[in-house]
Design a protein around this ligand. Sequence first.
Ligand code: NAI
Length: 338
Amino acid sequence: MNLSVAMFSAQRYDIDLFTAAGAHTPVTFTFFEARLNLTTCALARGYDAVCVFVNDDLNREVLRELSALGVKHIALRCAGFNNVDTQAAKTLGMLVSRVPAYSPQSVAEHTLALILTLNRKTHHAYNRVRNGNFSLQGLMGFTLYQKTVGVIGTGAIGLAVINILAGFGCRIVCHDPAPAAAAQAQTNARGGCYVSLDELYTQSDIITLHCPLTHANHHLINAGAIEKMRPGITLINTSRGALIDTQAVISALKRRHIKALGLDVYEQESSLFFSDHSLEIIDDDVIERLLSFPNVLITGHQGFFTEEALNQIVATTIDNLGAAEKGETSGPGFVVAG
Ligand code: NAI
């Protein structure tokens, strides 16, 4: 077996890690910096599979085109698969695999980094002290101890967040329409409880999102939801940008209803994230408005970005590619099986 794979949105670290790991396997990767979309999918001609990331666009037309080019397998090197039309893939007889839980702790720890930085304003303190400004004015935070944190989505990452927050002595309320039995047991063991979304909104001092993006929860955090939240809420999203209606959040920041906002993901991130635009004029007025608030902290989708997580992503992606070749597609990594 020799399997040829076209990797899209390839960064230097992808090239290094996948080349090294692929050398001991029958999988050969060809790397393209381009994002996969209708314009670039012709690059996949002659490859058995494509390997894609969070901002590649695998809509119905792209999948049709890939299928016509002979591509049989969409191997996502991430957990979320909201960017793939899985129904179209099924109809076309294409396999779709992903890396379900490569390191939930990586994203959970980044979530805490956003909460702690925003709360204790260490990013402002760092700049002040470097400029010889040792004033504490404006840097006052609050203790996390005994604060109520609302966790939306109690899968692998949500649970890892709950475990860390329990260590801070936080009270935890959660919402998940279909929590696994093990998740409920673990949440209860940490003193957490499941509540309705409205209860979560009204009770929480901090709300953090850990559910996948679906058609049903697009703009879950909209003007109506924000209105139900306590004034002074800290809102964190390390899941997917479109879970939040960004305009509604900007309006709530201007009204001081939202006290702090931490984002690792952004609705329109695909045209910005993972590239250096520092010497360009950025046309996106929405992100520019967000960046103008001193109480907003944005990172460029780096929650997953730890050594351990990347090694796991590489190993599982190569396993998924190999398993597909052997017709073994019943494992948890396959979103659309053969
Ligand atoms: P998971 O599949 O283990 O858990 C997701 C949980 O969300 C499930 O328990 C599910 O029942 C629940 N859920 C589904 N719809 C919901 C809704 N409307 N409201 C509340 N809960 C809902 O997923 P995991 O591994 O915990 O990842 C969660 C999300 O985190 C991914 O879908 C992805 O979008 C994002 N992610 C972000 C990364 C980053 O680098 N920032 C890296 C990896 C994942």
